[in-house]
Design a protein around this ligand. Structure first.
Ligand code: HEC
Length: 224
């Protein structure tokens, strides 16, 4: 089992040690900061970048700061985008279709006709997948982010993910992308998390959540 407290404590200890060194021996401060170094965090567009010190605290506040810095640059060079500015609100996940009108008709796997229980099971199981996706989407830890960045920091309630436009040609990938390819690309840049296998439960749940949030939007694959 991974223990998220341990690396955080190590980082904190390292930061404190670096500060203590800096105060006691100012001549060595630059060598201390040079050894910790920076990493370049790239945005999903494969162009915008920010430098993040390797010893930056792995907290949600720091992750939000990195996301805000990337988005400020992106918005400056994309002034006409229809980016949703809405506040990041409680993780409201859209409910799946209501199949209640099928009760008493057709065929279900168990009995000759669809029961209320069938409809409830379909709905609960589908909804659970989307809700798990919401959990992953909102958590740097679930995404394995090195820098505590999660998808919701830039895509509140999955805004601007446009799942209805997939598959489509994505210039930053240089090929036709499925939604999961773009999810993985964003996990690499800017989240700096762990790329997911196509059938990984987290990938399946992320797809479910992103699609759930766009319920009712007409499909338009290939649209840019
Ligand atoms: C730091 C801000 C930021 C974070 C964090 C982020 N994205 Fe993005 N994402 C963007 C921007 C900006 C674009 C648009 C890039 C472009 O159009 O070139 C984008 C594009 C996308 C697209 C393609 C949208 C389209 O119109 O086709 C998807 C899908 C997506 N992101 C999903 C995710 C997922 C899933 C995560 C978390 C794993 C994530 N993003 C994390 C900023 C972010």
């Amino acid at each position: 089992m991974k223990n998220p407290i341990f690396p955080a404590a190590m980082l904190l200890a390292a930061t404190l040690a670096a500060n203590a060194d800096g105060q006691n021996q100012p001549a060595q401060q630059s060598s201390v900061s040079r050894t910790t170094g920076d990493k370049t965090v790239k945005l999903c567009d494969n162009k915008t970048t920010v430098q993040v010190p390797n010893d930056a605290p792995k907290t949600r506040a720091e992750g939000q700061r990195i996301s805000d810095a990337l988005m400020a640059q992106w918005k400056a060079s994309n002034p006409n985008s229809d980016w949703v500015q809405g506040e990041v609100e409680a993780h409201q996940v859209v409910v799946p279709a209501d199949n209640a009108k099928l009760v008493g008709t057709g065929q279900s796997s168990t009995y000759g006709s669809v029961t209320n229980q069938d409809v409830q099971v379909w709905k609960n199981e589908t909804y659970k997948t989307a809700v798990y996706g919401s959990k992953v989407f909102h958590s740097g830890d679930e995404l394995g982010s090195e820098i505590a960045v999660s998808c919701d920091m830039c895509h509140p309630r999955a805004a601007n993910t446009h799942p209805e436009t997939y598959p489509k040609f994505q210039p930053q990938l240089g090929r036709v992308a499925l939604l999961r390819d773009m999810i993985n690309w964003c996990i690499e840049h800017p989240v700096r998390g762990k790329v997911l296998a196509p059938d990984d439960p987290k990938m399946r749940a992320l797809e479910a959540y992103i699609l759930a949030q766009r319920k009712g939007t007409p499909l338009e694959y290939g649209k840019r």
